[in-house]
Write a protein of this length. Sequence first.
Length: 538
Amino acid sequence: MGNGGWKILAVLAAAQFLMVLDQAVMNVSISQLVEDFDTEVTTIQAVITLYSLVMAALMIAGGKIGDLWGRRRAFAVGHAIYGVGSLVTAFAWSVPVLTLGWSVLEGIGAALVLPALAALTARSFQGRDRALAYGVLGGVSGAGIAVGPILGGWVTTNLTWRVVFAGEVVVVALILLGYRRMPSDRGRPGAQLDLVGAVLSAVGLAAIVLAVLNASSWGWLQPRNSPIEPFGFSLTPFLIAGGAGVLALFRIWQRRREAQQREPLIHLALLRIAALRGGLVMFMFQNLILMGIFFAVPLYLQIVQGFDAFETGLRMLPVSVTLFVTALLGSRLSRRLSPRLLVRAGTILLVLASLLLLATIEPEIDTLPFGIAMAVLGIGMGLIVSQLGNVVQSAVGEGERSEAGGLQYTAQQLGASLGTALIGAVVISGLIASFSSNVTGNPQISAAVQEEVSVRLAGDVSFVSTAHVRSAAEAAGVDAATTDALVADYADSQLKALKTGLLVAALLSFAAFLSTGNLPTRAGPAAAEVSDSELVAA
């Protein structure tokens, strides 16, 4: 890769890092945002949820717009919108303004940037250089997710969260100065935007993502804080079913467009390409597992161990380092080893990392074994992310790269939301079941207190610290001995719940291993490439 290639890759890597950074920053800045805007945690969580919804709903349409405008132009316009959103967010004076800047404008910008980024990478590099470029971008993406809490925690603690978004405006300006180095294109001749299909896909995906993101608070089946309770059940399954129904209509509409020889939003024949389908499934698993573990581990570090956001980020640093280094190494290994073999090795390491983390979830953290477990997690994830971008983009022809990019990032968003919701629901459910069992079987706790605990557990339950439980018990007039017993039972339940979540992550990693059958089995930079004629035949 020559000097010009590295300059292009630097612009693309900066864009990739920017797209994943501020979501991590927002997650560690929730308490400060609540204070600054004099609002509630649920309100800020809704703002964060809306960002994911906007991205997931518009990603496929964003890819098609890249075909209409040209990928480089979509990349530039997306960054301009994203930069305006960051500026609005940095100076936001109310929750509605914060929502406009971060959730809406940045979400729209990201939906334009990410599919174009994937296509521009494939267009800018060939052969070994392309594999290396996707390895770098995968490493940067994973590292951004892990570094975000460190940066966000330090900036929020010592300065203000607004500094991060002001800094993003500067990064956007630098990217816009450098984007002209990328190869230009005028869009694909004959490209059309299927507005009906765009609406149907957006509504269907938004409904599913909204349901999954809120499942831990609404309940999966048994209602807890569900806004409505159809037939006595949570809204979650009905919203998922409704989203799936809309996506079924979307599929029918796409086939009708194709039958009329009009361009659909997605060429459904793409999904019959085995390598593409395998890459998309693994993209979903990748984010499902990573975000699920990144939900459970901070709970252990912050709630159980009492570390602040910055200290938490430092203890997660081994993931960032090993993920980035292994992603670079994985792109070089792909010259001799097949994507399927490397991804399978990565999923096996994810299983091992989950089991190692299980062994380190104890009342007092043992820093070295925990660091080793996180490093193994980074190595496994690095092997996976080094392969998938190249697999997906090499599986299609030049004219379909934007569509493939939209599908790729839609799969990632679905995986991220599902991972957070699934592991979150497992942890909370495990906490409730374990604490209820511990209290019921503890002779030191009276029947009256057991009944009160049962009533509290039937309501909204959060993963809180033992200090919070102690304060609540004391405020309720519980005697000191019973309070100590309650706190001890709750501390035990915390660890059991977290271990259950990590065990599910290990099972998901094994399921990912079983889902690698469609990945390419040939080594080399062109292992997954197909010609345009092969695509038409598909």
